[in-house]
Design a binder for this molecule. Structure first.
Ligand code: NAD
Length: 469
Protein backbone atom coordinates (compact mmCIF):
# COMPACT_ATOMS: atom_id res chain seq x y z
CA UNK A 1 0.00 0.00 0.00
CA UNK A 2 1.45 3.43 -0.90
CA UNK A 3 1.96 6.26 1.56
CA UNK A 4 -0.91 8.36 0.13
CA UNK A 5 -3.42 5.55 0.59
CA UNK A 6 -2.25 5.09 4.22
CA UNK A 7 -2.61 8.85 4.83
CA UNK A 8 -6.14 8.79 3.41
CA UNK A 9 -7.08 5.87 5.64
CA UNK A 10 -5.72 7.59 8.74
CA UNK A 11 -7.62 10.79 7.83
CA UNK A 12 -10.80 8.81 7.34
CA UNK A 13 -10.46 7.06 10.74
CA UNK A 14 -9.72 10.39 12.47
CA UNK A 15 -12.79 11.96 10.87
CA UNK A 16 -14.95 9.07 12.06
CA UNK A 17 -13.58 9.26 15.64
CA UNK A 18 -14.13 13.02 15.65
CA UNK A 19 -17.69 12.81 14.39
CA UNK A 20 -18.46 10.07 16.92
CA UNK A 21 -17.14 12.33 19.67
CA UNK A 22 -19.31 15.18 18.41
CA UNK A 23 -22.36 12.91 18.46
CA UNK A 24 -21.50 11.78 22.00
CA UNK A 25 -21.01 15.34 23.17
CA UNK A 26 -24.35 16.37 21.66
CA UNK A 27 -26.01 13.35 23.26
CA UNK A 28 -24.45 14.24 26.60
CA UNK A 29 -25.56 17.84 26.26
CA UNK A 30 -29.05 16.63 25.54
CA UNK A 31 -29.05 14.41 28.64
CA UNK A 32 -30.97 16.37 31.24
CA UNK A 33 -31.34 13.40 33.62
CA UNK A 34 -35.11 13.58 33.61
CA UNK A 35 -35.50 17.36 33.83
CA UNK A 36 -37.29 19.25 31.05
CA UNK A 37 -38.10 22.89 30.43
CA UNK A 38 -41.58 22.18 29.04
CA UNK A 39 -44.20 19.65 30.02
CA UNK A 40 -44.66 18.55 26.40
CA UNK A 41 -40.96 17.67 26.11
CA UNK A 42 -41.16 15.75 29.37
CA UNK A 43 -44.19 13.75 28.21
CA UNK A 44 -42.54 13.02 24.86
CA UNK A 45 -39.36 11.76 26.53
CA UNK A 46 -41.29 9.74 29.08
CA UNK A 47 -43.27 8.03 26.34
CA UNK A 48 -40.08 7.21 24.45
CA UNK A 49 -38.48 5.78 27.59
CA UNK A 50 -41.55 3.66 28.34
CA UNK A 51 -41.43 2.07 24.88
CA UNK A 52 -37.82 1.07 25.58
CA UNK A 53 -38.69 -0.21 29.06
CA UNK A 54 -41.47 -2.34 27.60
CA UNK A 55 -38.93 -4.36 25.62
CA UNK A 56 -36.51 -4.93 28.49
CA UNK A 57 -36.92 -8.06 30.62
CA UNK A 58 -38.24 -8.42 34.15
CA UNK A 59 -34.68 -8.91 35.42
CA UNK A 60 -33.78 -5.50 34.02
CA UNK A 61 -36.78 -3.87 35.67
CA UNK A 62 -35.79 -5.44 38.98
CA UNK A 63 -32.25 -4.18 38.43
CA UNK A 64 -33.58 -0.63 38.00
CA UNK A 65 -35.63 -0.98 41.18
CA UNK A 66 -32.50 -2.11 43.02
CA UNK A 67 -30.56 0.85 41.60
CA UNK A 68 -33.18 3.25 43.01
CA UNK A 69 -32.97 1.53 46.42
CA UNK A 70 -29.17 1.62 46.44
CA UNK A 71 -28.96 5.25 45.32
CA UNK A 72 -31.35 6.45 48.03
CA UNK A 73 -29.73 4.30 50.72
CA UNK A 74 -26.28 5.72 49.95
CA UNK A 75 -25.59 7.61 53.20
CA UNK A 76 -24.58 10.86 51.55
CA UNK A 77 -27.63 10.90 49.23
CA UNK A 78 -30.05 9.94 51.99
CA UNK A 79 -28.78 12.71 54.24
CA UNK A 80 -28.78 15.25 51.43
CA UNK A 81 -32.37 14.70 50.27
CA UNK A 82 -33.65 14.54 53.86
CA UNK A 83 -31.91 17.77 54.77
CA UNK A 84 -33.00 19.62 51.63
CA UNK A 85 -36.60 18.47 51.98
CA UNK A 86 -36.83 20.07 55.43
CA UNK A 87 -34.90 23.19 54.37
CA UNK A 88 -36.96 23.85 51.26
CA UNK A 89 -40.47 23.02 52.50
CA UNK A 90 -39.84 24.10 56.11
CA UNK A 91 -41.96 21.09 57.03
CA UNK A 92 -41.07 18.15 59.26
CA UNK A 93 -37.95 16.99 60.97
CA UNK A 94 -34.65 15.83 59.48
CA UNK A 95 -34.22 12.68 61.61
CA UNK A 96 -37.71 11.50 60.72
CA UNK A 97 -37.25 12.30 57.01
CA UNK A 98 -34.21 9.99 57.13
CA UNK A 99 -36.41 7.20 58.52
CA UNK A 100 -39.19 7.81 55.99
CA UNK A 101 -36.88 7.97 52.97
CA UNK A 102 -35.09 4.81 54.12
CA UNK A 103 -38.45 3.09 54.64
CA UNK A 104 -39.58 4.04 51.11
CA UNK A 105 -36.35 2.69 49.61
CA UNK A 106 -36.28 -0.54 51.62
CA UNK A 107 -39.90 -1.60 51.93
CA UNK A 108 -41.61 -0.60 48.67
CA UNK A 109 -42.17 -3.89 46.81
CA UNK A 110 -40.49 -4.44 43.42
CA UNK A 111 -41.36 -6.79 40.56
CA UNK A 112 -42.15 -9.66 42.97
CA UNK A 113 -45.46 -7.86 43.51
CA UNK A 114 -46.62 -8.78 40.00
CA UNK A 115 -48.00 -12.27 40.41
CA UNK A 116 -49.42 -13.78 37.23
CA UNK A 117 -52.50 -15.97 37.24
CA UNK A 118 -52.84 -19.10 35.09
CA UNK A 119 -56.05 -20.92 34.26
CA UNK A 120 -55.75 -24.29 32.55
CA UNK A 121 -58.32 -26.79 31.28
CA UNK A 122 -59.44 -28.81 28.28
CA UNK A 123 -59.47 -25.60 26.28
CA UNK A 124 -55.82 -24.85 26.94
CA UNK A 125 -54.02 -22.16 28.91
CA UNK A 126 -55.00 -18.62 29.82
CA UNK A 127 -52.60 -16.18 31.46
CA UNK A 128 -53.62 -13.05 33.30
CA UNK A 129 -50.74 -10.67 33.84
CA UNK A 130 -50.12 -7.25 35.35
CA UNK A 131 -49.01 -5.01 32.48
CA UNK A 132 -47.99 -1.35 32.32
CA UNK A 133 -50.31 1.56 31.63
CA UNK A 134 -47.49 3.50 29.93
CA UNK A 135 -46.68 7.03 31.08
CA UNK A 136 -48.02 7.80 34.56
CA UNK A 137 -48.55 11.36 35.77
CA UNK A 138 -47.91 11.43 39.52
CA UNK A 139 -48.69 14.47 41.64
CA UNK A 140 -46.79 14.61 44.93
CA UNK A 141 -47.34 16.49 48.23
CA UNK A 142 -45.16 18.96 50.14
CA UNK A 143 -45.44 16.83 53.22
CA UNK A 144 -43.65 13.75 51.78
CA UNK A 145 -41.88 15.17 48.71
CA UNK A 146 -38.95 12.75 48.41
CA UNK A 147 -40.62 9.75 50.07
CA UNK A 148 -43.40 9.80 47.46
CA UNK A 149 -40.98 10.12 44.54
CA UNK A 150 -38.94 7.14 45.81
CA UNK A 151 -41.99 5.04 46.59
CA UNK A 152 -43.88 5.83 43.37
CA UNK A 153 -40.78 5.43 41.15
CA UNK A 154 -40.07 1.94 42.50
CA UNK A 155 -43.68 0.78 42.20
CA UNK A 156 -44.33 2.32 38.80
CA UNK A 157 -41.08 1.22 37.13
CA UNK A 158 -41.46 -2.29 38.59
CA UNK A 159 -44.85 -2.30 36.83
CA UNK A 160 -43.18 -1.39 33.51
CA UNK A 161 -44.32 2.24 33.47
CA UNK A 162 -42.41 5.46 33.27
CA UNK A 163 -43.35 8.28 35.62
CA UNK A 164 -43.70 11.97 35.13
CA UNK A 165 -43.77 13.77 38.47
CA UNK A 166 -45.63 16.95 39.22
CA UNK A 167 -44.26 17.98 42.60
CA UNK A 168 -45.60 20.75 44.79
CA UNK A 169 -43.89 24.01 43.69
CA UNK A 170 -42.69 24.44 47.29
CA UNK A 171 -40.70 21.20 46.96
CA UNK A 172 -39.34 21.72 43.45
CA UNK A 173 -35.64 21.99 44.29
CA UNK A 174 -35.40 18.77 46.28
CA UNK A 175 -37.61 16.99 43.73
CA UNK A 176 -35.33 18.13 40.89
CA UNK A 177 -32.27 16.96 42.77
CA UNK A 178 -33.76 13.55 43.48
CA UNK A 179 -35.10 13.01 39.93
CA UNK A 180 -31.67 13.90 38.54
CA UNK A 181 -29.85 11.71 41.06
CA UNK A 182 -32.03 8.68 40.28
CA UNK A 183 -31.84 9.13 36.50
CA UNK A 184 -28.07 9.43 36.60
CA UNK A 185 -27.74 6.21 38.57
CA UNK A 186 -30.24 4.43 36.31
CA UNK A 187 -28.46 5.52 33.12
CA UNK A 188 -25.13 4.38 34.54
CA UNK A 189 -26.74 1.00 35.17
CA UNK A 190 -27.81 0.79 31.51
CA UNK A 191 -31.44 1.90 31.88
CA UNK A 192 -33.13 4.06 29.23
CA UNK A 193 -32.95 7.80 29.94
CA UNK A 194 -35.95 9.50 31.56
CA UNK A 195 -37.66 6.57 33.26
CA UNK A 196 -38.44 9.25 35.83
CA UNK A 197 -39.09 12.78 34.59
CA UNK A 198 -40.36 16.17 35.69
CA UNK A 199 -40.66 19.66 34.36
CA UNK A 200 -38.06 21.97 35.89
CA UNK A 201 -40.61 24.56 37.01
CA UNK A 202 -43.64 22.71 38.36
CA UNK A 203 -46.82 24.79 38.41
CA UNK A 204 -50.56 24.29 38.56
CA UNK A 205 -50.67 25.11 34.85
CA UNK A 206 -48.16 22.37 34.01
CA UNK A 207 -50.12 19.92 36.15
CA UNK A 208 -53.28 20.81 34.20
CA UNK A 209 -51.44 20.20 30.92
CA UNK A 210 -50.17 16.87 32.20
CA UNK A 211 -53.64 15.83 33.31
CA UNK A 212 -55.19 16.61 29.91
CA UNK A 213 -52.44 15.14 27.70
CA UNK A 214 -53.72 11.88 26.16
CA UNK A 215 -50.21 10.36 26.22
CA UNK A 216 -50.40 10.26 30.02
CA UNK A 217 -52.43 7.12 30.55
CA UNK A 218 -52.84 7.03 34.32
CA UNK A 219 -52.98 9.81 36.92
CA UNK A 220 -51.98 9.34 40.53
CA UNK A 221 -52.64 12.14 43.01
CA UNK A 222 -51.20 12.09 46.51
CA UNK A 223 -52.44 15.17 48.33
CA UNK A 224 -55.46 17.03 49.63
CA UNK A 225 -59.09 16.96 48.44
CA UNK A 226 -58.72 19.51 45.62
CA UNK A 227 -56.12 17.61 43.58
CA UNK A 228 -57.78 14.25 44.22
CA UNK A 229 -61.08 15.65 42.92
CA UNK A 230 -59.29 17.12 39.92
CA UNK A 231 -57.71 13.85 38.75
CA UNK A 232 -60.90 11.93 39.41
CA UNK A 233 -62.79 14.35 37.15
CA UNK A 234 -60.23 14.08 34.34
CA UNK A 235 -62.04 11.45 32.32
CA UNK A 236 -59.09 9.07 32.49
CA UNK A 237 -58.06 6.34 34.90
CA UNK A 238 -56.95 7.96 38.16
CA UNK A 239 -55.81 6.83 41.57
CA UNK A 240 -56.61 9.19 44.43
CA UNK A 241 -54.67 9.16 47.70
CA UNK A 242 -56.36 11.86 49.73
CA UNK A 243 -56.47 13.52 53.11
CA UNK A 244 -57.00 11.84 56.45
CA UNK A 245 -57.80 12.94 59.98
CA UNK A 246 -56.91 9.82 61.99
CA UNK A 247 -58.67 9.44 65.34
CA UNK A 248 -57.30 7.40 68.25
CA UNK A 249 -59.58 5.61 70.69
CA UNK A 250 -58.27 4.50 74.09
CA UNK A 251 -60.53 2.40 76.30
CA UNK A 252 -60.27 1.17 79.89
CA UNK A 253 -58.83 -2.23 78.88
CA UNK A 254 -55.77 -0.74 77.13
CA UNK A 255 -52.19 -0.84 78.40
CA UNK A 256 -52.39 2.88 79.24
CA UNK A 257 -48.66 3.44 79.70
CA UNK A 258 -47.87 1.91 76.30
CA UNK A 259 -50.82 3.65 74.64
CA UNK A 260 -49.56 7.04 75.90
CA UNK A 261 -46.05 6.47 74.53
CA UNK A 262 -47.34 5.08 71.21
CA UNK A 263 -49.66 8.07 70.73
CA UNK A 264 -46.91 10.61 71.40
CA UNK A 265 -44.48 8.72 69.13
CA UNK A 266 -46.99 8.53 66.27
CA UNK A 267 -48.36 12.05 66.66
CA UNK A 268 -44.93 13.70 66.79
CA UNK A 269 -43.49 11.69 63.88
CA UNK A 270 -42.25 14.18 61.27
CA UNK A 271 -44.06 16.87 63.28
CA UNK A 272 -47.45 15.27 62.59
CA UNK A 273 -47.51 15.79 58.79
CA UNK A 274 -48.02 12.15 57.71
CA UNK A 275 -51.61 11.63 56.59
CA UNK A 276 -51.69 8.54 58.86
CA UNK A 277 -50.48 10.36 62.03
CA UNK A 278 -52.65 10.56 65.16
CA UNK A 279 -54.70 13.78 64.91
CA UNK A 280 -57.21 13.53 67.83
CA UNK A 281 -57.77 11.25 70.82
CA UNK A 282 -61.00 9.95 72.37
CA UNK A 283 -60.25 8.56 75.82
CA UNK A 284 -62.64 6.86 78.21
CA UNK A 285 -63.09 8.98 81.36
CA UNK A 286 -61.95 6.28 83.81
CA UNK A 287 -58.42 6.18 82.29
CA UNK A 288 -58.15 9.68 80.78
CA UNK A 289 -56.17 11.25 83.65
CA UNK A 290 -53.70 8.37 83.64
CA UNK A 291 -53.31 8.61 79.91
CA UNK A 292 -52.58 12.35 80.12
CA UNK A 293 -50.05 11.81 82.92
CA UNK A 294 -48.20 9.10 80.96
CA UNK A 295 -48.26 11.27 77.84
CA UNK A 296 -46.63 14.05 79.87
CA UNK A 297 -43.99 11.52 81.02
CA UNK A 298 -43.29 10.85 77.33
CA UNK A 299 -42.77 14.38 76.06
CA UNK A 300 -46.27 15.90 75.97
CA UNK A 301 -46.86 19.46 77.17
CA UNK A 302 -50.36 19.94 78.62
CA UNK A 303 -52.07 23.24 77.78
CA UNK A 304 -54.76 24.16 80.29
CA UNK A 305 -57.17 27.06 80.66
CA UNK A 306 -59.85 27.79 78.06
CA UNK A 307 -58.42 31.19 77.15
CA UNK A 308 -54.86 29.93 76.68
CA UNK A 309 -56.11 27.12 74.47
CA UNK A 310 -58.15 29.55 72.37
CA UNK A 311 -55.13 31.88 72.01
CA UNK A 312 -52.93 29.01 70.86
CA UNK A 313 -55.53 27.91 68.34
CA UNK A 314 -55.88 31.50 67.04
CA UNK A 315 -52.10 31.68 66.56
CA UNK A 316 -51.86 28.59 64.34
CA UNK A 317 -55.10 28.76 62.32
CA UNK A 318 -56.43 31.02 59.59
CA UNK A 319 -59.67 32.98 59.74
CA UNK A 320 -61.24 30.33 57.54
CA UNK A 321 -60.44 27.73 60.18
CA UNK A 322 -57.67 25.79 58.45
CA UNK A 323 -54.05 25.47 59.56
CA UNK A 324 -51.67 28.38 58.84
CA UNK A 325 -49.08 27.12 56.34
CA UNK A 326 -46.32 28.66 58.45
CA UNK A 327 -47.21 26.28 61.33
CA UNK A 328 -47.78 23.09 59.32
CA UNK A 329 -45.09 20.52 60.14
CA UNK A 330 -43.38 22.69 62.76
CA UNK A 331 -42.14 21.20 66.04
CA UNK A 332 -43.96 21.55 69.37
CA UNK A 333 -40.99 23.56 70.70
CA UNK A 334 -41.22 25.99 67.75
CA UNK A 335 -45.00 26.42 68.16
CA UNK A 336 -44.70 27.05 71.90
CA UNK A 337 -41.87 29.49 71.27
CA UNK A 338 -44.04 31.50 68.86
CA UNK A 339 -46.76 31.36 71.51
CA UNK A 340 -44.30 32.97 73.91
CA UNK A 341 -43.61 29.97 76.16
CA UNK A 342 -40.17 28.37 76.40
CA UNK A 343 -40.42 24.59 76.78
CA UNK A 344 -37.60 22.02 76.97
CA UNK A 345 -36.40 20.33 73.78
CA UNK A 346 -37.83 17.06 75.10
CA UNK A 347 -41.37 18.36 74.40
CA UNK A 348 -42.68 16.57 71.30
CA UNK A 349 -46.44 17.17 71.43
CA UNK A 350 -48.79 19.82 72.84
CA UNK A 351 -51.92 18.24 74.30
CA UNK A 352 -55.15 19.88 75.40
CA UNK A 353 -58.58 18.72 76.53
CA UNK A 354 -61.37 20.02 74.28
CA UNK A 355 -65.00 19.19 73.45
CA UNK A 356 -65.63 16.86 70.53
CA UNK A 357 -66.83 19.59 68.15
CA UNK A 358 -63.60 21.56 68.52
CA UNK A 359 -61.98 22.69 65.26
CA UNK A 360 -58.80 20.80 66.17
CA UNK A 361 -60.76 17.57 66.46
CA UNK A 362 -62.68 17.94 63.21
CA UNK A 363 -59.99 19.46 60.92
CA UNK A 364 -56.72 17.95 59.67
CA UNK A 365 -54.09 20.33 61.12
CA UNK A 366 -50.75 18.57 60.44
CA UNK A 367 -48.92 19.99 63.45
CA UNK A 368 -48.09 18.36 66.82
CA UNK A 369 -51.04 19.84 68.73
CA UNK A 370 -53.16 16.91 69.85
CA UNK A 371 -56.70 17.46 71.17
CA UNK A 372 -58.04 14.96 73.69
CA UNK A 373 -61.77 14.39 74.11
CA UNK A 374 -62.96 12.76 77.34
CA UNK A 375 -65.87 10.36 76.80
CA UNK A 376 -68.05 8.27 79.10
CA UNK A 377 -67.54 4.89 77.40
CA UNK A 378 -65.88 3.16 74.47
CA UNK A 379 -69.01 3.06 72.29
CA UNK A 380 -69.28 6.85 72.49
CA UNK A 381 -65.56 7.09 71.68
CA UNK A 382 -66.07 5.02 68.52
CA UNK A 383 -69.09 7.10 67.52
CA UNK A 384 -67.14 10.36 67.95
CA UNK A 385 -64.09 8.91 66.17
CA UNK A 386 -66.30 8.06 63.21
CA UNK A 387 -67.52 11.69 63.03
CA UNK A 388 -64.04 13.16 63.39
CA UNK A 389 -62.65 10.96 60.61
CA UNK A 390 -64.94 12.89 58.24
CA UNK A 391 -65.72 9.91 56.03
CA UNK A 392 -62.19 9.90 54.62
CA UNK A 393 -61.93 6.19 55.47
CA UNK A 394 -58.17 6.70 55.67
CA UNK A 395 -56.57 5.66 58.99
CA UNK A 396 -57.68 4.99 62.57
CA UNK A 397 -55.90 3.77 65.69
CA UNK A 398 -57.23 2.01 68.77
CA UNK A 399 -55.65 0.99 72.06
CA UNK A 400 -57.67 -1.76 73.70
CA UNK A 401 -57.58 -5.40 74.71
CA UNK A 402 -61.29 -5.84 74.00
CA UNK A 403 -61.51 -7.83 70.78
CA UNK A 404 -65.18 -7.13 70.37
CA UNK A 405 -64.70 -3.34 70.52
CA UNK A 406 -61.61 -3.49 68.30
CA UNK A 407 -63.71 -5.29 65.69
CA UNK A 408 -66.53 -2.79 66.15
CA UNK A 409 -64.24 0.18 65.51
CA UNK A 410 -62.80 -1.48 62.39
CA UNK A 411 -66.31 -2.10 61.05
CA UNK A 412 -67.74 1.32 61.88
CA UNK A 413 -64.88 3.46 60.55
CA UNK A 414 -64.02 1.34 57.48
CA UNK A 415 -60.60 2.92 57.19
CA UNK A 416 -57.93 1.73 54.74
CA UNK A 417 -55.51 1.38 57.67
CA UNK A 418 -56.54 0.35 61.17
CA UNK A 419 -53.71 0.11 63.71
CA UNK A 420 -54.26 -1.70 67.00
CA UNK A 421 -52.05 -1.13 70.05
CA UNK A 422 -49.18 0.56 68.20
CA UNK A 423 -48.20 3.96 66.82
CA UNK A 424 -49.86 4.89 63.50
CA UNK A 425 -46.64 4.36 61.53
CA UNK A 426 -46.88 0.60 62.19
CA UNK A 427 -49.58 0.80 59.52
CA UNK A 428 -47.01 1.65 56.82
CA UNK A 429 -44.54 -1.04 57.79
CA UNK A 430 -42.49 0.83 60.43
CA UNK A 431 -42.75 -1.54 63.38
CA UNK A 432 -45.68 -3.42 61.79
CA UNK A 433 -45.78 -6.21 59.22
CA UNK A 434 -46.38 -5.56 55.54
CA UNK A 435 -44.95 -3.36 52.83
CA UNK A 436 -44.76 0.40 52.87
CA UNK A 437 -46.31 3.02 50.66
CA UNK A 438 -46.55 6.78 50.68
CA UNK A 439 -49.60 6.74 48.40
CA UNK A 440 -52.51 5.36 50.39
CA UNK A 441 -55.39 5.23 47.96
CA UNK A 442 -58.53 5.18 50.05
CA UNK A 443 -60.97 7.05 47.75
CA UNK A 444 -60.26 4.80 44.75
CA UNK A 445 -59.75 1.61 46.74
CA UNK A 446 -56.24 0.46 45.83
CA UNK A 447 -55.31 0.82 49.49
CA UNK A 448 -51.59 0.59 50.23
CA UNK A 449 -50.40 0.96 46.65
CA UNK A 450 -47.63 -1.18 45.16
CA UNK A 451 -46.47 -2.14 41.64
CA UNK A 452 -49.67 -4.00 40.78
CA UNK A 453 -51.83 -0.95 41.65
CA UNK A 454 -50.26 0.84 38.69
CA UNK A 455 -50.84 -1.98 36.20
CA UNK A 456 -53.53 -3.12 33.81
CA UNK A 457 -54.69 -6.71 33.96
CA UNK A 458 -54.39 -8.34 30.54
CA UNK A 459 -55.39 -11.78 29.37
CA UNK A 460 -53.45 -14.00 26.98
CA UNK A 461 -55.18 -17.13 25.69
CA UNK A 462 -53.62 -20.20 24.09
CA UNK A 463 -56.37 -22.54 22.94
CA UNK A 464 -56.19 -26.33 23.12
CA UNK A 465 -52.65 -26.72 24.42
CA UNK A 466 -50.39 -26.41 27.44
CA UNK A 467 -52.70 -27.90 29.98
CA UNK A 468 -50.30 -30.60 31.10
CA UNK A 469 -52.34 -32.26 33.86
P1 NAD B 1 -51.97 19.74 48.49
O1 NAD B 1 -53.27 19.12 48.14
O2 NAD B 1 -51.91 21.18 48.76
O3 NAD B 1 -50.92 19.46 47.29
C1 NAD B 1 -50.68 18.17 46.79
C2 NAD B 1 -50.21 18.27 45.35
O4 NAD B 1 -51.30 18.65 44.53
C3 NAD B 1 -49.14 19.33 45.12
O5 NAD B 1 -48.23 18.88 44.14
C4 NAD B 1 -49.93 20.53 44.62
O6 NAD B 1 -49.14 21.38 43.83
C5 NAD B 1 -51.01 19.85 43.82
N1 NAD B 1 -52.28 20.58 43.74
C6 NAD B 1 -53.09 20.90 44.79
N2 NAD B 1 -54.21 21.52 44.34
C7 NAD B 1 -54.10 21.57 42.98
C8 NAD B 1 -54.91 22.08 41.93
N3 NAD B 1 -56.08 22.65 42.18
N4 NAD B 1 -54.47 21.96 40.66
C9 NAD B 1 -53.30 21.37 40.37
N5 NAD B 1 -52.46 20.86 41.33
C10 NAD B 1 -52.86 20.96 42.60
O7 NAD B 1 -51.41 18.89 49.71
P2 NAD B 1 -50.06 19.06 50.54
O8 NAD B 1 -50.25 20.09 51.58
O9 NAD B 1 -48.90 19.14 49.65
O10 NAD B 1 -50.07 17.63 51.26
C11 NAD B 1 -50.82 17.35 52.39
C12 NAD B 1 -52.14 16.69 52.07
O11 NAD B 1 -51.94 15.48 51.37
C13 NAD B 1 -52.88 16.30 53.36
O12 NAD B 1 -54.26 16.49 53.18
C14 NAD B 1 -52.53 14.84 53.53
O13 NAD B 1 -53.45 14.11 54.29
C15 NAD B 1 -52.52 14.39 52.10
N6 NAD B 1 -51.67 13.21 51.90
C16 NAD B 1 -52.27 12.03 51.61
C17 NAD B 1 -51.49 10.91 51.44
C18 NAD B 1 -52.09 9.58 51.14
O14 NAD B 1 -51.33 8.65 50.88
N7 NAD B 1 -53.38 9.42 51.16
C19 NAD B 1 -50.09 10.98 51.57
C20 NAD B 1 -49.53 12.23 51.85
C21 NAD B 1 -50.32 13.35 52.00
Amino acid sequence: MDLKAIEQMVEQVLREIQSEQIVNVTEQRKEGYGLFSTIDEAIEASEKAQKKLLYTGMADRQKYVDVIRKTVLNKENLELISKLAVEETEIGCYEHKLIKNRLAAEKTPGTEDLISEAVTGDNGLTLIEYCPFGVIGAITPTTNPTETIINNSISMIAGGNTVLFSPHPRAKKVSRLLVKMLNKALIEAGAPSNLIAMVEEPSLENTEKMISNPKVRLLVATGGPSIVKKVLSSGKKAIGAGAGNPPVVVDETADIKKAAKDIVDGCSFDNNVPCIAEKEVFAVDSICDHLIQYMKDNGAYLMTGKQQIEELKALVTTEKGGPKTSFVGKSAVYIMDKFGVKVPDSVRVIIMEVPKDDLFVQEEMMMPILPIVRVSDVDTAIEYAYEAEQGNRHTAIMHSQNVEKLSKMAKVLETTIFVKNAPSFAGIGAGGEGHTTFTIAGPTGEGLTSARSFCRKRKCVLADAFSIR
